[in-house]
Design a protein around this ligand. Sequence first.
Ligand code: SF4
Length: 216
Amino acid sequence: MKSKFPIDRAIKILEREIKKYKVPIVGHFSTSPFKVLISTLLSLRTKDATTEQACTRLFAEADTPQKILSLPTSRIEKLIYPVGFYKVKAETLHHVCNELIEKHNGEVPSDLDTLLKMRGVGRKTANLVVTVGFNLPGICVDVHVHRISNRWGCIRTADPEKTEFQLRKILPQKYWIRYNDLLVTYGQNVCLPVSPHCSKCPLSAFCPKLGVGRSR
Ligand code: SF4
């Protein structure tokens, strides 16, 4: 990387540290690209615990595009409630499952550009499907990855999309798939959006803490 931040050292420490915490919900479905896709769509603007319960209820009743499509959206709404925007998401799940069946033989595509053409699928969702679902190179950037990468000074960007493109240029590819899991888990537990726990963070000695105001 061009910045002076020792990314190899930081990643090595985070690999050890995140063992203390719960993995983000989407990581639970790494053996099924379909479940990664659906759980990511449900997780947008929703707490992990709520997404986890919604996924458990939904997948117990319908765990394939065909089965989800056979449910009325009113039933899907009931199963996924109270995830954020559950009515819109129930409609989105129908559209996505229909598209998978009509255009992709019922399979989830592994290609980023094809995924991005699907309704309701943005860069974060598409990258998670590629990385977690297919174990292929991609960088999924959400608010935690965006915030922490900027605090480390690896990049200086104003939004997650720019962060993804910058990271694609400077982050060694060997870290692409793991980067999201590591930074999301750390961002939810230690490097919080407001008042991060810098005093107990093993990166503190070399982290420039850019943009951090109050910390604990
Ligand atoms: S030292 Fe503070 S800002 Fe830097 S990674 Fe740790 S918690 Fe985040």
